[in-house]
Design a protein around this ligand. Structure first.
Ligand code: KPL
Length: 289
């Protein structure tokens, strides 16, 4: 049965191409009210080869026999984009939230409690070169796990190389710790990820990691600040030439995922009465005036 992909940005298109390459039908789920259509798309793979595929688009408010839904919208569009789908999608069809940041992973199951919710992360690099042309720039690690009771990984997710992770919230927290440092700093200073390896950034990175560790401890994700910093610097090194997704959003004048990244941390810190002055300043330097 068909896999629905909500969010046709670079990663959404990449996964739709990969599903079709594996012989699994995929539909890009588009804004409500439109007409179904099929359009030619291009993927430039890691090997530099260009592949063409005809990707069907199906409005998200029209019932459609789906076996799985992958949500690759930005965090701040996730709940709004899900609403038309939730009016008809059977409860048994797993919905996998794959955006950066935290928040909708708790909100969506509260809003639609009878659905089968999953969450995950993928660290692949992908770049949209034109509306229907994407380049896969780096193979990443892919993980997913249920937000409710334990369940076997849906076959299409396994086919895409997602590893099953029974403690997906801990994995998402670890990904968040990386995004909390790399994304806002690179967006504020308009630098590629690798610039954060410079000595001048290290005191600020260390202070941000201290605050993350204090909150992680309180939330049940204990870890020394050095482990958080090592993870951040390892990712900055591995993705040195990348422009972070937040920097790309800032440069394109689009809303950023700051509310689901630094905003999430500050809201939790407020709730737990933990001061986070460095993250607060960073948020203030990026928040629209
Ligand atoms: O997830 C990322 C992002 O840009 O959103 C990182 C890992 C920082 C890679 O650029």
């Amino acid at each position: 049965m068909t896999v629905g992909v909500l969010g046709a940005g670079a990663l959404g298109q990449l996964l739709a191409h990969q599903l079709i390459e594996h012989g699994l039908p995929a539909h890009l789920l588009t804004r409500p009210g439109g007409q179904p259509e099929t359009l030619p798309h291009q993927l430039i793979g890691l090997d530099g080869q260009t592949r063409q595929a005809e990707l069907p688009r199906h409005p998200s408010d029209r019932p459609n026999p789906l076996s799985l839904v992958l949500v690759l919208t930005k965090a701040h569009h996730c709940l709004e984009a899900l609403a038309p789908l939730m009016t008809w999608l059977p409860n048994s069809v797993p919905v996998v939230l794959l955006h950066n940041g935290l928040g909708p992973q708790f909100e969506a199951p509260k809003r639609w409690p009878t659905h089968s919710w999953w969450a995950g992360s993928l660290t692949d690099g992908a770049l949209r070169l034109a509306p229907r042309q994407v380049r896969h720039t780096g193979q990443g690690v892919r993980r997913a796990g249920p937000l409710g009771p334990d369940a076997p990984i849906p076959p299409a997710l396994a086919t895409l190389g997602f590893e099953s992770d029974p403690d997906i919230l801990a994995a998402l927290w670890q990904k968040l710790t990386v995004n909390l440092v790399i994304n806002p700093l690179t967006a504020r200073d308009r630098v590629p990820n690798g610039a954060l390896l410079k000595a001048a950034y290290q005191p600020e990175i260390a202070a941000l990691c201290q605050e993350i560790t204090a909150l992680g401890q309180a939330l049940g994700y204990p870890e020394p600040a050095e482990a958080v910093r090592d993870r951040v610097l390892t990712v900055a090194q591995a993705t040195a030439a990348n422009r972070s997704s937040m920097l790309q959003d800032v440069e394109a004048g689009r809303p950023t995922e700051l509310p689901a990244i630094t905003g999430y941390l500050l809201a939790e810190a407020r709730r737990l009465e933990l001061p986070c002055p460095h993250h607060r300043r960073l948020m203030a330097s990026l928040a629209p005036a």
